[in-house]
Design a protein around this ligand. Structure first.
Ligand SMILES: *Cc1c(COP(=O)(O)O)cnc(C)c1O
Length: 362
């Protein structure tokens, strides 16, 4: 090539998404495959979302509102913050990228666990920053090792709570001890994509005391518990000044018109949210029980997925499960060579997954 890609960008490995259902059905000529690989909501989304989207469809010749006024007001009321503390994104992926662009100068560091949600590394490198990746402590966020890696050039720290892919949590106690040691000019991004599923009351939930610390940026998404992954909408809650900066640099129409309407309707239907969370809890309990009775070791989890040691090459097993029409996730590329990550589906989906595993492992 005549032109040279920036070194920072050339080092980016492509994002590996979960295998799409349609791709499996096409490739294996299967009619109804089961996907438990991307932590999506097995119940779909609230029927109120469908109504709202259908009612608004004919407005889509117009540009959406650049600031989704009603949604921001409703989120502000829901989380007891001001509308000017909220930034909406095209998924929380968008907010991760905006944070990296807004707060990193070339060569600045962003500290994160290894492995982490891949978008942290991709966004930091795209913004010409340098990710500092700190190996997990067992299956937990390596908070004290992360503290050791913070230097005068560190601008951002990423934590995920509950953690993807292990499902472990950071407790209030552990987070407070950590945050006390983080320098005052470092932003702590707390990605709470799975917070709605947590059952352990010891968890650190940054929105229990919103805006208590101006360094903390909370990320939430409509993709998981609310079931809107395909619409692409997430949000950040943060200090007003940080929000102002992100709102200045984001694309004016980063959240499309149907996503805005869908988000508003989803937030309004808290009954659907509880039903989804209940289904996930039942699913996690079922999978944990059944996997254990197959002689496998599922890790305890506070999220809508669990990691399980299948005691054999995870990627080979993943491929064999595809033949049964079951898509899970091999954790090999995350450094867990013998682990699968499986998210809770409907009862039927969970049963199909266990039946396929039983057939392949016996
Ligand atoms: C799924 C997920 C998200 C959500 O991404 P969206 O862009 O909002 O769909 C964010 N962080 C983590 C760790 C996730 O697993």
């Amino acid at each position: 090539m005549l032109f040279k890609i920036s070194e920072s960008i050339a080092s980016i490995k492509p994002y590996e998404a979960g295998k799409p259902l349609k791709a499996l059905e096409r490739e294996y000529n299967i009619e109804s495959a089961v996907k438990l690989a991307s932590n999506e909501n097995p119940l779909g989304f609230s029927p109120q979302v469908t109504d709202a989207v259908m009612k608004n469809l004919h407005h889509m010749n117009r540009y959406p509102e650049p600031v989704a006024h009603d949604l921001c007001q409703n989120l502000a009321r829901y989380h007891k913050v001001g509308p000017d503390n909220i930034v909406l994104g095209n998924g929380s992926d968008d907010l991760i990228a905006l944070l990296a662009h807004a707060f990193l100068n070339p060569g600045d560091y962003a500290v994160m666990p290894l492995p982490s949600f891949l978008m942290y590394e991709i966004s930091v490198k795209t913004a010409k920053g340098a990710p500092v990746m700190v190996p997990l402590s067992g299956f937990d966020t390596p908070l004290s090792a992360m503290l050791d890696k913070i230097s005068s050039r560190t601008k951002l720290v990423f934590v995920t709570n509950p953690f993807n892919p292990t499902g472990s949590i950071i407790t209030k106690h552990a987070f407070t001890a950590f945050a006390d040691q983080v320098p005052p000019d470092v932003l702590i991004v707390v990605d709470e994509a799975y917070m709605e599923f947590v059952r352990d009351p010891a968890v650190y939930n940054s929105l229990d005391t919103p805006l208590a610390d101006p360094r903390i940026v909370t990320l939430r998404t409509f993709s998981k518990a609310y079931g809107l992954a395909g619409f692409r909408i997430g949000y950040g809650i943060m200090d007003k000044e940080a929000a102002q900066i992100l709102n200045r640099i984001r694309q004016p129409f980063n959240v499309n018109g149907l996503a805005q309407v869908a988000g508003e309707a989803a937030l309004a239907d808290q009954n659907f949210l509880s039903k989804s969370v209940d289904t996930v809890h039942q699913g996690i309990d079922f999978l944990t029980r059944e996997l254990s009775s197959l002689g496998l070791d599922p890790l305890p989890t506070q999220a809508n997925f669990l990691m399980v040691d299948v005691k054999t090459d995870a990627t080979k097993l993943f491929t064999r499960l595809l033949h049964h029409g079951v898509i899970v996730r091999s954790m090999k590329s995350y450094g867990f060579d013998t682990f699968l990550r499986i998210n809770a589906g409907t009862f039927q989906e969970n049963q199909a997954c266990i039946a396929a595993l039983k057939a392949e492992l016996s």
